[in-house]
Design a binder for this molecule. Structure first.
Ligand code: ADE
Length: 233
């Protein structure tokens, strides 16, 4: 199944890197269909204005609703989920990435300035699925970088994108690992600058290696991200 992804932005150039690497290959092979659209094509004044001063006062500018309304009219289909990156959204995590990888059509709305007039999301919520999502508790200059991040997280989960699907199962936040952080990994040489690869990894004893890795995952998660530990642990 193909994932159709439409991005609306005033900075289409931000999305050039999507032609590289795994996401680029997914687009080339037809697993992903990407459309990047300049919001200004849906303005009608000489200055192609997309923002205006906020009602109620305050610093900064707000994105006008009219161009966004026309963008939605042009891009939204019967099975669209609108994705709106915003620092006030729900946290974007691996579970969200899996859910969005299951969709057939995502339209991503990249806000700039102080955000998009709130009526745009209110209007969309009456007509389609809407996900307002935040990458984390910090503020970016706009939604573009957030959409790049989410696109990479989502596209790599599509069947056929990552060469060996086993690697999806072994990584941090994978559901198969109860969302724990990934254990440390090593490759040759066995000794490097006085540092040895843990002995257990040469043992060939798969059950013990699996046990060691799980302990490492649990300890790392306890130290760095205790919020991720299942209550039972
Ligand atoms: N836009 C600005 N800051 C953001 C954040 N932290 N997450 C998602 N979108 C954003």
């Amino acid at each position: 199944m193909t994932l159709r992804l439409d991005v609306v932005t005033i900075f289409p150039d931000y999305f050039a890197p999507l032609s590289l690497s795994l996401v680029g290959k997914a687009i080339e092979s037809g697993l992903v269909e990407l459309g990047v659209h300049d919001l200004r094509q849906w303005t009608h004044d000489r200055h192609r204005t997309v923002d205006d001063t906020p009602y109620g006062g305050g610093a900064g500018m707000v994105m006008k609703p009219e161009p966004w309304g026309e963008a939605l009219d042009a891009l939204v289909g019967p099975d669209t989920t609108l994705v709106v990156p915003t620092p006030s959204g729900r946290p974007f995590d691996q579970a969200t990435a899996y859910e969005l990888a299951d969709e057939s059509h995502l339209v991503c709305a990249c806000g700039r300035y102080e955000g998009i007039d709130a009526r745009v999301v209110a209007y969309a919520r009456e007509r389609m699925r809407v996900r307002e999502v935040s990458l984390g508790d910090y503020v970016l200059n706009g939604g573009e970088v957030a959409v790049l991040v989410m696109t990479e997280a989502i596209v790599r989960l599509l069947p056929g994108v990552v060469g060996n699907p086993e690697s999806l199962r072994e990584e941090s936040h994978a559901p198969e690992h109860e969302g724990l952080l990934e254990y440390p990994v090593f490759t040759k040489p066995p000794r490097w600058r006085g540092l040895d690869v843990p002995e257990i990894l040469f043992s060939g004893h798969h059950a013990r290696i699996a046990q060691w890795r799980r302990e490492q995952s649990l300890e790392l998660t306890r130290q760095r991200r205790p919020d991720l530990l299942p209550d039972a642990d």
